[in-house]
Every structure is written in C-alpha cells, then in structure tokens.
Design a binder for this molecule. Structure first.
Ligand code: GDP
Length: 194
C-alpha cells in the first residue's frame, strides 16, 4: 500500500447513508480527543487529512478514506461529556449503526490514551469487539507524554484492565514522535491482504 495514494471519500451523518462495503475496511474508534485524527494524519503523512481539534466533541460523522483498495473508516470520537443529548445520540447511532451493518471489516483499531486507565466506554468497545469476534488491535496514544518506563507500566495495566488476550496486538504510539506508526502500518497491511 502506498500511503501517498490516500483520498478522502465522504463524511456521513447517519449510518443509513453508508454505502455497502466494496473494499476491506480498517476502522478507527476511540474516545473524543484520544488523538485519532493526529494518528490518521501521521499514518498517511498528510497533515490535513483528518481534522485535529483543540476542542473535543466536534460534530459526529463517519469519514471514509480510500488507499490502494483499502477503505479507512474514521468513526466519531465517543464519550465527550459536554455535548448535547441529541449529539450523543448521533454518535451512538453512527457507531452502533456502522457495526450492525454487514461490513467487510478487516481490522478495528481501538485507540486508548496511554496516560489513563481505559474509560468505561473503551471497555465497552473492546468487550463488544471481542464478543462479536471482529479482528482488532489496540493503539495506545500519546506515548511521548510518558517515560519509557511509565509506558510499559501503563501498557500492562491497560491490557489487564481490558482483559486482552495475548494475540491482540497492542501498539504504543505517538503521533508527535512517530512511535509505533510503522508497526501500525504493517498490521493494517497484513489485515487488509489476509
Ligand atoms: P481526536 O479527537 O481523537 O481526533 O484527537 P486529535 O487528533 O484531534 O488530538 C487531540 C489533542 O491531542 C490535540 O491537541 C493533539 O495535538 C493532541 N495529540 C494527539 N496525538 C498526540 C500525540 O501523539 N502526542 C501528544 N503529545 N499530543 C497529541
């Protein structure tokens, strides 16, 4: 996969607008402000591909990107407290609607901030992925904010908390420093061509 071939396709505001899967999909999920847009931009080496926000809780949409026969699905960030009830209902509709469709999911990358314990919503997301048997990996974001030793400690704690089996890939990432980006690209390439 040549990352330079990425193109933004479309944003969707409701799950009923989503076209049927025509390509293997790599979906990215995580709480609002976890660093999902920054990670997508880093993966593709493209600054403005996904919008990085200073203030969390931007409007919920599902964004599709395509790159060399693989579709990248940017799911709306969940769990931001300070948005209206109707906006919260929109993210759950989008996220649940997406996962309830019969999609060609090659991999779900579940993002968790390495500095904190996983939130109840992160636990819910990983629990769901395990329950329905979707292939998934965990990306621990913002690793540059911790020392190497703290990273290892948090990695174990979060893995334990999420009850991750040893075959679930866990990648320590930093979009600032580029940590984990090649590893994530390799996981994605392997999943997309399986
Ligand atoms: P999103 O809401 O999950 O898409 O998160 P964003 O990518 O918009 O990032 C939220 C905030 O975290 C922004 O202020 C980013 O600059 C910051 N951020 C994202 N990734 C990293 C990282 O790897 N390291 C550091 N130090 N900050 C990050």
């Amino acid at each position: 996969m040549n990352i330079n071939n990425v193109v933004f396709e479309r944003s969707f505001g409701t799950s009923s607008q989503l076209p049927a899967s025509t390509l293997p999909e790599i979906a990215f999920a995580g709480r609002s402000n976890v660093g999902k847009s920054s990670l997508l931009n880093k993966l593709f080496n493209r600054k403005g591909l996904a919008k990085v926000s200073q203030t969390p809780g931007k409007t919920a949409t599902i964004n599709f990107f395509a790159c060399d026969g693989v579709r990248f699905v940017d799911l709306p960030g969940y769990g931001y407290a300070k948005v209206s009830k109707s906006e919260k209902e929109r993210w759950s509709e989008l996220i649940e609607g997406y996962f309830n469709q019969d999609r060609d999911l090659a991999l779900v990358v579940s993002l968790v901030d390495i500095r904190h314990a996983a939130s109840a919503l992160d636990e819910g997301m990983v629990g769901f992925l395990r329950e329905v048997g979707l292939p998934f990996a965990v990306a621990l974001t913002k690793a540059d904010k911790l020392s190497r030793q703290q990273q290892m400690k948090q990695r174990s704690a979060i893995m334990r908390q999420l009850g991750l089996a040893s075959d679930v890939p866990v990648v320590v990432c930093s979009s600032e420093k580029g940590t984990g980006i090649d590893e994530l690209r390799a996981l994605i390439a392997a999943a997309a061509t399986r």
